[in-house]
Ligand binder design. Structure first.
Ligand code: HEM
Length: 229
């Protein structure tokens, strides 16, 4: 293996070794990005939200729709973790990555500024419903969504946030993109927990979890697309 192949950007997240299941989850996710979205992406961009973020034309109305719908997803995810159907979910309580309260603050701010807050729409509601059902029957598949929803927001989400803020929010930084504590440490703690939980899984369990990545992308992209509506 040459230095060039070992020197992947994501190595900085894992301390230089492919040492656990999270690396597999990350690779599955990176492949599903378009080349325009991320260096490691392998897909061709078709829809507008798959193009380079620089070329996006977000609207404030659309961004509010996005925030409302993504909040439905985080609310649901955080309720599932609070009252876990499976003991393994309990590991992921109070990770510091929780977003529900932060989003509530952002939406309150917009409301106080006089913006109309839209009702949740089908992309967020559909994903939340899917997560509720899945969480009760397939913990491995559910964990894939947990990973993607939290990690997407800290990676691409922050890139998107910056661009959108410059274009339509006068560079205001939302609470949604602020964490209490050092984000890299919070992420590492969650990676360690994911690796630990997956240690007890069979290869079949792991593959089912990895296979769920595509579904997570499909749902999440519908919500991201709201920004451009
Ligand atoms: C990582 C961009 C959508 C899940 C990344 C990275 C970029 C990126 C640039 C690499 C970060 C790095 O290694 O430094 C984007 C853009 C998107 C998008 C522009 C536009 C819509 C999504 C979606 C999902 C997702 C829909 C899944 C639901 C992830 C995950 C990572 C990632 C899990 C790995 C994070 C980590 O290891 O810390 N994304 N992404 N992304 N993205 Fe996306």
């Amino acid at each position: 293996v040459s230095a060039a192949t070992t020197e992947k950007p994501w190595r900085r997240y894992t301390g230089g070794e492919a040492k656990g299941f999270v690396d597999e989850l990350r690779l599955a996710a990176m492949k599903l990005h378009t080349r325009q979205q991320a260096q490691e992406g392998e897909m061709e961009a078709k829809a507008p939200e798959e193009q380079r973020v620089e070329e996006w034309e977000p609207t404030l109305d659309g961004y509010l729709k996005f925030l409302v719908d993504i909040k439905v997803v985080y609310d649901t995810l955080e309720q599932i973790i609070e009252k876990p159907s499976f003991p393994s979910y309990g590991e992921f309580r109070n990770t510091g990555l929780e977003r529900s309260e932060k989003l509530a603050k952002d939406l309150k701010w917009f409301e106080e500024k006089g913006y109309g807050i839209p009702k949740a729409s089908s992309p967020g509601v559909a994903y939340a419903k899917y997560l509720e059902q899945l969480s009760e029957k397939d913990p491995q598949a559910f964990i894939c969504h947990f990973y993607n929803i939290y990690f997407a927001n800290t990676a691409g989400g922050r890139i998107i946030a910056k661009k959108v803020a410059e274009k339509i929010l006068d560079s205001r930084e939302l609470e949604f993109y602020k964490w209490d504590g050092e984000l890299s440490q919070l992420l590492q703690n969650v990676r360690d927990k994911l690796n630990k939980v997956a240690e007890n899984w069979s290869r079949e369990d792991k593959n089912r979890c990895l296979g769920e990545t595509e579904i997570s992308f499909k749902f999440y992209r519908e919500i991201v697309r709201l920004m451009l509506s």
